[in-house]
Design a protein. Structure first.
Length: 340
């Protein structure tokens, strides 16, 4: 019989050798803590001894931290001293501003939640998949409200076609069976994060996974029947324990998701196009009108859908236009759009 080494208390929180190897000489007395929630003026964390609100330096900016981050704290003063390098990080570029907004860090699996109704939108799902690919975490599409849909198989087939070997799970977020359906991604020390539009059932699913007690559950809201749009019920990102192992990060609904600086994420999503491109006659082929284009040939034979190629083209164009690059003399950096 094989002896299985028990998990340490830190490993139960998601700690691994990736983080342990970052501890420098002289930091052995500092306490690793994991960020559970980020607020405008404070950061709540959880460690082996339980939850604690860390003290921040006067020049600290809470916007530099994400739920799921690992930080080192002084056990005497409860002062946050440093953040460890992230294994994965999910971020998005808002419509206004140059920076990127941190969504969550050190995620193993990103659950992209949509529902089997009018909310289901291929273009939106592709954007989430691009961000998951760029973040370095495993994407899984979760189809909620499967118990109310007449043709769940149609939704599932459309989702599975979006990316090679993409796991797609259809479930009822209020049912205990949802825990079984997602168990393989919720192991001890594993971290999942839920993203998706408002009203698709993210908070309901979080409550089911965590077995939230009355009074501590995430708020849930209703949706408009005509377009399946919901109200924002989660207003802040937060880390929750899953009984039996694992952690889940709930996030507010994202109304608009822009792509920016995510070339690798696009290439992974559209691997079928990426792999055909080297077979084109011209190295700089745009796959639009050039002779000898392997991508257009695939469209003609039916092995590549024309609308998929069009969505790829639109996303590549948006990524190019929205990705800023540094220019200008040294020490006087400005931003301009990237040109190809």
């Amino acid at each position: 019989m094989t002896n299985v080494r028990p998990h340490s208390p830190l490993e139960l929180l998601g700690w691994s050798d990736f983080f342990a190897d970052q501890i420098k000489q002289g930091q052995a007395d500092l306490i690793p803590m994991r960020i559970a929630s980020v607020h405008r003026a404070r950061i709540d964390t959880i460690g082996v001894a339980g939850p604690i609100e860390l003290q921040l330096a006067s020049d600290a900016n809470t916007g530099d931290f994400a739920v799921g981050d690992w930080v080192l704290a002084d056990p005497q003063s409860d002062m946050l001293l440093s953040r460890l390098e992230r294994k994965t990080v999910f971020r998005r570029r808002p419509e206004v501003g140059r920076g990127q907004q941190l969504v969550a860090a050190n995620i193993d699996t990103l659950l992209i939640v949509t529902s089997c109704n009018a909310d289901f939108n291929v273009e939106r799902l592709e954007r989430y998949l691009i961000m998951a690919n760029e973040a370095g975490c495993t994407p899984v599409i979760v189809l909620t409200k499967a118990d109310t849909a007449e043709d769940v198989g149609s939704f599932q087939a459309q989702a599975e076609a979006l990316q090679r070997d993409l796991p797609v799970v259809a479930l009822n977020g209020q049912s205990a069976d949802a825990i079984t359906s997602l168990r393989s991604w919720c192991g001890v020390g594993q971290t999942i994060a839920l993203v998706g539009s408002s009203g698709v059932g993210k908070s309901t699913l979080v409550n089911t996974l965590t077995g939230a007690a009355a009074g501590s559950e995430q708020k849930t809201g209703t949706i408009r029947e005509h377009d399946a749009q919901g109200r924002h019920t989660t207003t802040a990102r937060s880390l929750h324990a899953i009984p039996g192992g694992g952690w889940v990060i709930d996030t507010p609904g994202i109304r608009t998701l822009y792509v920016s600086d995510v070339t690798d994420g696009i290439d992974t999503l559209f691997a079928d196009i990426t792999e055909l491109a080297p077979l084109c006659r011209f190295r700089d082929c745009t796959h639009a009108h050039e002779p000898g284009c392997a991508v257009q040939a695939a469209v003609k034979t039916g092995s590549l859908a024309a609308d998929r190629l069009e969505r790829w083209r639109n996303l590549v164009s948006e990524n190019r236009d929205r990705t800023p690059v540094l220019s200008g003399p040294r020490g006087n950096k400005t931003f301009r759009k990237k040109k190809y």
